[in-house]
Write a protein that binds this ligand. Structure first.
Ligand code: GAR
Length: 187
């Protein structure tokens, strides 16, 4: 199987990056993690790129030409798929158009519910019975592209935001890879 080169964007801890790297080692997984991009020089997740000898790039989103730098590297590494794994910056419409690659994102709620930040706190406050995670295509609107996969669980009476985060991320680590398998299942 020819694996597609994939770039993972991160901003922080990188637990989703870690599980993608792990799953990509299986011979029938459809992608390779070939590049990691972080907007945060202190992102803990960069360690996963370093220990797995995956090229990584740190970008300064305050610089005017930062998108061109990303585009140059996407081309250089022959990237077919971009995975946003805890990348806490909005991807611009012009980047999406210029890039022309598939871009997918993982979000810690059952979209279209709870787009944006502080999802767990809002879910608890609203007394939701159920939550989960979503992997979706990225379009120009925040957390709004076509859904690829969702996984859910029932919230227990005593669950606080930190527990919801742990339970949600456990599902995310499966959902991201399953979404990628689903995307490429017929080609
Ligand atoms: C994940 O839970 C992901 O869903 C969330 O950030 C976390 C990153 O964790 N993303 C967003 O909230 C994007 N709107 P990780 O760095 O350990 O993979």
């Amino acid at each position: 199987m020819v694996k597609r080169n994939t770039c993972v964007f991160i901003s922080g801890y990188g637990s989703n990056l870690k599980s993608l790297i792990h799953n990509s080692r299986s011979h029938n997984f459809p992608v390779n993690i070939s590049l990691v991009i972080s907007n945060n020089i202190n992102a803990k997740g960069l360690l996963h790129a370093k220990i797995n000898s995956i090229p990584y790039l740190i970008i300064d989103t305050n610089k005017r030409n930062f998108e061109n730098k990303i585009l140059y590297n996407i081309k250089k590494h022959k990237i077919s798929l971009i995975c946003l794994a805890g990348y806490m910056k909005i991807i611009s419409k012009s980047f999406i158009n210029k890039c022309g690659k598939k871009i997918i994102n993982i979000h810690p709620s059952l979209l279209p519910k709870y787009k944006g930040l502080n999802t767990f706190e809002r879910i608890i406050k609203n007394g939701e019975k159920k939550t989960g995670c979503t992997v979706h295509f990225v379009n120009e609107k925040l957390d709004s592209g076509k859904l690829i996969i969702q996984k859910s669980f029932f919230i227990s009476k005593n669950d606080k935001a930190n527990i919801l985060k742990i339970k949600t991320q456990k599902l995310e680590h499966k959902a991201f890879s399953e979404a990628i398998i689903k995307m490429y299942r017929y080609n």
